[in-house]
Design a binder for this molecule. Structure first.
Ligand SMILES: [Zn+2]
Length: 201
């Protein structure tokens, strides 16, 4: 049985000082890096996603001059800009697959992304026989939520690593975690994952 780790959108525009920086984003980047130093070998697949929008259009209404911060947003993660790069505190050395999403359209789930070779996340999980998916990253109430729900939808057992996520707003983040738990995700702290029954053989 194989496990995968999703590292969702740990990018400069989503951490402190970024266009859509969330509180605690830098700390999440640091904690994921620390987690990887001791846990990376447990995962057959480690997928990191980047929101990666077009500069020359509003990406299907995703960018808006008067954003509501639910369905419309300020300009963020424009391809090729510093804001779209991984937060420097995230060490991506252990990442096995990088996916980009949102080119010309809104894309909240990491499953909407592809590698530069056009491979989908669903294909990667099937190819590696992944049963269990752990989810970390930003933002709890948007892309982490959508990615975890999609993983459940794709028939995987999902754990959300609650100390390795950060959200846009406390209320919507709490609601997202409640929704994920109801949908069947396990909410666990990363420090408690060692030696899990679902670990590698
Ligand atoms: Zn976006």
């Amino acid at each position: 049985m194989s496990k995968a780790l999703f590292i969702v959108d740990v990018q400069n525009d989503f951490t402190e000082g970024g266009a859509l920086g969330v509180e605690g984003g830098d700390a999440v980047a640091e904690r994921i890096t620390a987690f990887l130093t001791t846990h990376a070998e447990e995962y057959a697949v480690i997928v990191a996603s980047r929101d990666w929008h077009d500069a020359e259009n509003d990406n299907g209404g995703h960018f808006h001059p008067e954003p509501d911060f639910r369905d419309t947003w300020p300009v963020h993660c424009v391809s090729g800009t510093a804001g779209a790069e991984y937060d420097p505190a995230l060490d991506t050395g252990a990442v096995t697959h990088h996916v980009k999403k949102g080119q010309g359209m809104p894309a909240y789930s990491l499953f909407e992304g592809t590698t530069d070779e056009g491979v989908t996340v669903a294909h990667l999980l099937d190819e590696h026989g992944v049963i269990d998916v752990d989810v970390a990253g930003i933002a709890t109430d948007h892309c982490v939520r959508a990615s975890a729900l999609d993983a459940i939808e794709h028939g995987r057992r999902v754990r959300v690593l609650t100390d390795l996520i950060a959200g846009v707003a406390p209320e919507s983040s709490d609601a997202a975690l409640a929704e994920l738990a109801h949908a069947g995700a396990e909410l666990v702290e990363s420090g408690t994952t060692t030696g899990a029954a679902t670990g590698h053989e």
